[in-house]
Design a protein around this ligand. Structure first.
Ligand code: NAI
Ligand code: MG
Length: 350
């Protein structure tokens, strides 16, 4: 019997609903498989927890998480707690503390869904730097509350951080029989950080001559996503650029509720974390209509991470079967079903 410990952080709003449903699906897969056991441990870290305790997670939060095989997260953030608090005191400490320097986001139009853009040949991945760059959290304020108030927000790009994410992009391409890597830059305007990013990209690209390597300024690349998604295979981007591109990518799939993301520590020294890319959606929280598919897909990525490829394939086949049949889907993708009804259908397909 193979055993995996999964720490659950449902978080806030619809995060709670989608994690509950993902657990039902994973328990079904476990039963069907017979040789695999998941041990789920749920943590109540959330904005509610913050209002009670003054912290998003306990002081020794990372220690509590450290011994698990992976973390499955819903979403955190809710009105009443500033977003920078929920992000900076829970998500970012986990990503940075566990050196989850790869944020992997597939942008693939699933069978049965239609895209708001015309070119529906959409199947690529964005590999986003997840540990430094524009989100390093450093900066300072001068002459606060005076007419000369000046705010500095730093971006930190290290050689180690930049090189390893670009190398990972080539590694990913190689492992998935892909041959094109596109780097997102803006070295015309960002004369330190992105000039450096380009330099490292060119160095690593030179070691991978068998690949077609290209770079594009982020603004042009955003347009390219819409016009020529079929020409993309692997896109590598800094933290901020990757964040924006991946929400665009998700919108191209029809709903923000569809897309997953994996925060990976590729060396396996620390647990990796899997989550849907959407937030807690306060506008629909409690209505029971959140699309759970982004979380199912995130769970499938977690199964891939456990090398349970067969199980992951079965889950994604069940999801696409339900979508292709068309009758059962949540309102964000044009249906009338509830979160639970979609899960029931996926379980039935399994
Ligand atoms: P959001 O993703 O929560 O919602 C944006 C829009 O998409 C809303 O209209 C929502 O109803 C809809 N939506 C999102 N997920 C959906 C799903 N699964 N099914 C159906 N519709 C869905 O983003 P927003 O409104 O900017 O943020 C809300 C809160 O979530 C904020 O506190 C924010 O900080 C937090 N947040 C947390 C994230 C995380 O935990 N990784 C990521 C993004 C936002
Ligand atoms: Mg985002």
């Amino acid at each position: 019997m193979q055993k995996f410990t999964v720490k659950l952080i449902p978080g806030d709003g619809i995060g709670v609903d989608v994690i509950r449903e993902a657990v039902r699906v994973l328990k079904t897969l476990e039963k069907l498989h017979g040789g695999v056991q998941f041990e789920f441990q749920e943590l109540e870290w959330s904005c509610q927890y913050y209002l009670k305790t003054g912290r998003m997670m306990p002081e020794d939060g990372l220690k509590i998480l450290a011994d698990c095989d992976s973390i499955l997260l819903g979403a955190v953030g809710f009105p009443g707690v500033p977003d920078h608090v929920s992000l900076r005191e829970l998500l970012l400490p986990i990503r940075v503390g566990f050196d989850q320097y790869v944020n992997l986001r597939p942008v693939k139009l699933l069978k049965g869904l239609s895209s708001p853009i015309k070119n529906e040949d959409i199947d690529f991945v964005v590999i986003r730097e997840n540990s430094e760059g524009e989100y390093c959290g450093k900066g300072f304020v001068e002459k606060e509350n005076t007419p000369d108030e000046t705010v500095h927000q730093d971006s930190i790009f290290t050689r180690k951080g930049t090189e390893r994410i670009i190398r990972y992009a080539y590694e990913y391409a190689k492992n998935h029989q892909l041959n094109k890597v596109m780097s997102a830059t803006k070295s015309n305007a960002l004369n330190y950080s992105m000039v450096f990013w380009d330099k490292v990209f060119h160095e690593v690209a030179a070691e991978h001559k068998e690949f077609e390597s290209a770079q594009m300024h982020i603004d042009a690349l955003a347009g390219y996503f819409i016009m020529h998604p079929d020409r993309l295979q692997v896109v590598v981007a800094s933290n901020l650029f990757g964040d924006i591109l991946t929400d665009l990518g998700s919108a191209m799939l029809g709903s923000i509720g569809i897309s997953p993301s994996a925060n990976l520590n590729p060396e396996g020294k620390y647990p990796s974390m899997f989550e849907p890319i959407h937030g807690s959606a306060p506008d629909i929280a409690g209505k029971g209509i959140a699309n759970p598919i982004g979380t199912f897909w995130a769970a499938a990525m977690m199964l891939d991470h456990f090398k349970l490829y067969d199980m992951s394939g079965k889950l994604m086949d069940a999801v696409t079967d339900v979508l292709a049949a068309g009758a059962i889907r949540t309102p964000d993708i044009g249906g009338k079903s509830t979160t639970t009804e979609v899960t029931d259908a996926v379980i039935a397909a399994l």
